[in-house]
Design a protein around this ligand. Structure first.
Ligand code: ATP
Ligand code: MG
Length: 423
């Protein structure tokens, strides 16, 4: 058989197998109720659910008309291919076995205490936003309690809800670069939409899950419904002390030497980053810092969050053109304007800065709050002060991650393979 024909038949077999297994795969994921138990009632307003319902009705009517049993599979395949052509959202949800819901029918109200209440038209669920978990430049992250009632009674689930004012985002102009390094002017709303389009593709135990996007033309605010990390950031910046302070919840949950806690935290950070970097279209986080590394005591896991400045590359070899993130965590090579740099090595450097701070009582390796330019020069030319109390493998790792030459810098794979993790 000619090579082209063989390839085509193989592709057809794979496509049929994928199509046949997709409904079962999806059902088993939803059935386990492990990854996404609480938003299940909202399935009735998701496009994926309505598609599944119509697919079932279609199969039933075909059977009543006496069509052969393989017909539904053929039609499913045609539908699947069509949805794939129409956009990546449905394809991703069904083929990867997880769903990110898009909801554009909701209403905002206030409860008697003045707290925001999100209600949905087509089911009995509501989300009450209470205490603030954190603030970003253009967002507030609130604790959200979702309640809903079904045949088995009333249920409650906890989420972190990122609340953003669309008009304020739209008014704020910023520059973005495309894959070829061509600059363009955008606004922060476009940037947030880019963040959402990246985040909706991600499903990893060490990455905060995005469950649902609430965005309605009638409402000024948009909301991202996120997995809640109950213990918050692994370290919090103390402005008075000009250094980070370790999370008491993390240290008490992981009693033992600080180096053992660091091993527990940074192995998971490296795994999250490696997952992002090895996606078919790699994602570079570009804002790895303790503020964006969360700990959840419920599942005893570390989770990476905040994809505000993340960039998705077309290929594993593609480079980043624009510098983004937080100055103290920027890799030296990203500061040379007009020169592209490897995003994978950039994230490894930022993880090195975070690990250094974690092991140095929260002090940053390069820090000058008064003069940003001086801080940049320090990053490019100076060596940080290293502690003497660390083990030799850790010392080697931190120095390797903070190597100014990106070509010689310790990679995430080398970090994970290091003997430090097996001590
Ligand atoms: N899923 C979560 N669970 C618990 N706390 C969270 C969660 N997500 C965010 N937070 C808290 O809210 C803070 C701000 O969130 P995030 O970094 O996503 O916002 P941002 O607007 O992107 O911020 P930035 O200005 O850093 O880009 C975090 O540093 C953290 O303290
Ligand atoms: Mg942040």
């Amino acid at each position: 058989m000619p090579r082209k024909g063989l390839k085509l038949s193989l592709w057809c077999v794979c496509a049929v197998l994928k199509t046949v297994s997709a409904p079962f795969l999806h059902r088993s994921v939803m059935g386990t109720s492990l990854s996404f138990p609480s938003l299940e009632p909202s399935i009735c307003r998701s496009p994926s659910a309505s598609f599944r319902r119509s697919r079932m009705r279609f199969r039933q009517s075909l059977a009543s008309l006496g069509f052969a049993p393989w017909w539904p599979f053929f039609l499913t395949f045609a539908f699947w291919k069509l949805s794939w052509l129409c956009g990546p959202y449905y394809c991703m949800a069904e083929s990867e076995g997880f769903v990110v819901y898009d909801t554009n029918t909701f209403a905002l109200a206030r409860d008697p205490q003045g707290r925001t209440l999100i209600t949905f038209e087509d089911d009995s669920a509501q989300i009450l936003l209470s205490r603030t978990l954190g603030r970003g430049a253009f967002s507030k992250v609130k604790f959200g309690l979702r309640t809903f009632t079904d045949e088995s009674g009333r249920h409650e689930d906890q989420y972190a809800v990122k609340k953003m004012h669309k008009l304020s985002l739209e008014k704020n102009r910023c520059s973005v670069y495309d894959d070829e390094g061509i600059p363009a002017i955008a606004n922060n709303l476009e940037k947030v939409r880019m963040e959402i389009s990246i985040w909706r593709q991600l499903c990893h135990p060490n990455v905060v899950r995005l469950y649902e996007v609430l965005d309605s033309a009638e409402e000024d605010y948009m909301f991202l419904i996120l997995e809640y990390a109950d213990s918050g950031q692994i370290m919090t910046w103390d402005t008075a002390k000009q250094r980070y302070v370790h999370s008491a919840a993390l240290l008490s949950a992981l009693s033992g030497p600080l180096e053992a806690v660091a091993r527990f935290v940074f192995r998971q950070v490296a795994e999250a980053l490696l997952y992002l970097h090895t996606l078919p279209r790699p994602v570079i986080h570009r804002d790895v810092k303790p503020d964006n590394i969360l700990y959840t005591s419920k599942t005893h896991q570390v989770k990476l969050t905040d994809f505000t400045v993340a960039r998705q590359l077309p290929t594993a070899e593609a480079l980043c053109w624009d510098s983004a993130g937080t100055t103290a965590f920027l890799a030296p090579e990203s500061m040379i304007s007009g020169t592209p740099y490897s995003g994978q090595k950039f994230d490894a450097w930022a993880m090195g800065v975070s690990l250094y701070a974690f092991m140095s009582e929260g002090k940053l390796p390069f820090w000058d709050p008064e003069h940003e330019l001086h801080m940049q020069l320090m990053i490019q030319n100076d060596e940080p002060e290293y502690q003497t109390g660390w083990s030799e493998p850790l010392d080697k790792l931190v120095k390797g991650l903070l190597c100014k030459d990106p070509e010689r810098r310790t990679t995430l794979e080398e970090f994970l393979a290091s003997s430090w993790h097996n001590e």
